[in-house]
Write a new protein. Structure first.
Length: 208
């Protein structure tokens, strides 16, 4: 890998949490009074940006922090049932072994992420920026760049959502879109990612 720093999103990128997210979102909907995600809506929502999804669900923006805290607490109860995608273990170990600095920027909590990664992988991540507001990733990406001492052009941000891509581009960081996450790959492609990965091992093969 030619990049000096790999900045990963977590849910939908490293962790296979989509099914969990759907169930937990509907639990939050019942608790905080917004529209549930019906099975028929799932594919449609995978093609939309976060703000469009929030409008579709009829969720007022002021409820976002409440819902985010609920989702983090809910995941803390279920971390044992949330797996990493196949190949993530080998990916992180190989990147670290090649001298690539690793970071995670996520709206999930650091505690949840460390527990899902486990004691073998969690120490490989040199920079954690967690509990990020839904639309607050740009400043966290900038913070990681400063901490790592890496220029934007020498980093690769890897994620599965359009908001990740927009934040990355705003900071001048190349973006690698993964096809297996929450957002449909066609929707990500429309926003011009530098790299597109259809399998976890392609991050090693194609990001050179």
């Amino acid at each position: 890998m030619s990049y000096k720093l790999a900045i990963f999103d977590f849910d939908g990128t490293l962790a296979d949490s989509f099914a969990w997210f759907m169930d937990a979102s509907n639990e939050a909907a019942d608790r905080y009074g917004f529209r549930r995600i019906e099975d028929a809506d799932r594919e449609m929502l995978r093609g939309q940006e976060a703000r469009q999804i929030i409008r579709h669900l009829g969720m007022p923006l002021w409820k976002l922090p409440l819902v985010a805290r609920f989702m983090r607490r809910r995941m803390a109860m279920d971390v044992a049932s949330i797996p990493l995608y196949a190949g993530v273990d080998a990916l992180l170990r190989r990147l670290s072994g090649q001298g690539v600095r690793l970071a995670i920027v996520s709206s999930n909590s650091e505690e949840n992420i460390r527990r899902i990664l486990g004691p073998g992988l969690a120490p490989l991540i040199q920079h954690y920026e967690c509990g990020t507001p839904l639309f607050g990733k740009r400043s966290r990406l900038r913070k990681v760049l400063r901490a790592a001492g890496v220029r934007p052009a020498d980093a690769l941000c890897i994620g599965d959502e359009i908001r990740d891509l927009r934040a990355s581009h705003a900071e001048g960081i190349p973006f690698g879109a993964v096809s297996w996450g929450y957002t449909h790959p066609d929707a990500l492609l429309a926003h011009g990612p530098r790299e597109v990965f259809s399998r976890v091992d392609e991050i090693l093969q194609d990001a050179a």
